[in-house]
Ligand binder design. Sequence first.
Ligand SMILES: *Cc1c(COP(=O)(O)O)cnc(C)c1O
Length: 309
Amino acid sequence: MTGARATWLSLGEGRTPLVRAPRLSEALGLDVHLKCEHLNPTGSFKDRGMAVAVERAIARGAQTVVCASTGNTAASAATYAARAGVRAVVLTPEGATAGAKRAQAHAAGAQVLEVRGTFDDALRLCRELGERDGFMLVNSLNPDRIDGQRSVVGEIVEQLGGVPDVIALPYGGGGNVSAVAAGCDEAGIAPALVIGEAAERPTTFASAIRIAAPAHHERVARLIGEDRLIVVSLSEEELREAWSTLARVEGVFCEPASAAGLGALGKLDRTGTAVCIVTGHGLKDTGAVDTSTATVVDASLDAVLEALA
Ligand SMILES: *Cc1c(COP(=O)(O)O)cnc(C)c1O
């Protein structure tokens, strides 16, 4: 198994299911599998790396962990800090994170500061704060995050019983794809990496990838140069389509950003075996779902049948 694992701080992150997606496979002409990272303890893939990063931060003497977040990093950092008994300070763009993620951070007792600015502004401030005594930055710029997160690759190979031809995932800041590439290096494998980003990065409805300036863009550019990585740009319509398809066709309800890997895969002409990493749970962002089509009926069978006709 590749990648570091948290020990005393673990809440059971990792070892998520890999499920086959038969109907998507048929539609795409590929053998598609879904790596269900949305089933981690706080509902996103970020837990793998965060558990390791917080554990190591404390070993290095930190009393406060600090992160900028579009929501899921905050929820994860807050959770592991609570478990470790240290302070979490999270900076989020004001009014731009999904309510459930905000609730998770507050529930775990984090100090939440909503910055009048973008995610990129919040990250800049956190990098400065992280330099202070007793503070540790736990964004994916912290190599311990990448170190903990790359364990996903070994699991995929083990669960699949072989190396996939393609691994597809969303592209926000690029921490996840950096971790997946590192995991592939460590395992000595070279599947094609496909990442889906929002064409409308600063404003996309997929809030988890609403990041104008990806922190890991240099790593991404190197991987492209090495012919290992393809970046696919997705319109809002394409993101929405991939996200609703995953729920309607395979019963996997994730948050909008999480289906960007599938969306990217759908725009390429690939064959063989593909693994899509599903990054965050659908219950994180229920506001994204249109529930206005519900019909109100009288409490009679006639009314129910009429509504169904
Ligand atoms: C953080 C996040 C992403 C983006 O991952 P990066 O490492 O920033 O590229 C995608 N989906 C979800 C659900 C996330 O929480």
